[in-house]
Design a binder for this molecule. Structure first.
Ligand code: CMP
Length: 139
């Protein structure tokens, strides 16, 4: 079925001017960018977005990093978009990511790993609503 997923191009990638190269990977995989905005999160907003990780040892590092520069939040749409996006991103740790994936090509470490993608339909819905109103998503 046609699905939507939330994608974030992270500060390590925007800082290296990789937005276009990453978007090309999504489009080449058949994902459509149906909403997109560039913004800088506050640390509090990053903490709200990643609240499921609040008890993890890397939470402070993660939220500091996500607030350290611009991000590009986007909604990707397509057949099986959630799984397809996870395939295109590659494993969370770039050391484990398959060649050709975004993280294999561009990520610097498990923390500075260039992209985020929703992991399931319920989180996709919640994460899309964190950044976008329905009016801003044009399929
Ligand atoms: P993401 O898909 O955005 O979801 C949670 C993020 O936590 C994950 O990508 C990683 O970037 C980050 N993360 C996971 N493990 C670690 C770690 N050991 N140290 C720092 N960041 C981590």
């Amino acid at each position: 079925a046609t699905e939507r997923t939330l994608s974030i191009i992270k500060p390590d990638a925007t800082g290296r001017n990789l937005t276009g190269k990453i978007n090309a990977k999504f489009e080449d995989a058949g994902l459509r960018i149906v909403a997109q905005k560039r913004l800088q999160l506050t640390k509090a907003q990053a903490g709200e977005f990643y609240k499921v990780h609040a008890e993890r040892p890397f939470f402070d590092e993660l939220t500091t990093f996500m607030a350290s520069g611009p991000v590009v939040a986007q909604v990707l749409e397509g057949e099986g978009a959630i799984a397809k996006n996870r395939e295109v991103m590659g494993a969370t740790n770039p050391a484990d990511a398959e060649s050709g994936t975004i993280r294999a090509e561009f990520a610097e470490s498990v923390g500075e790993n260039s992209v985020h993608g929703s992991d399931a339909p319920d989180t996709a819905k919640e994460e899309i609503a964190f950044f976008f109103s329905e009016l801003e998503i044009v399929g």
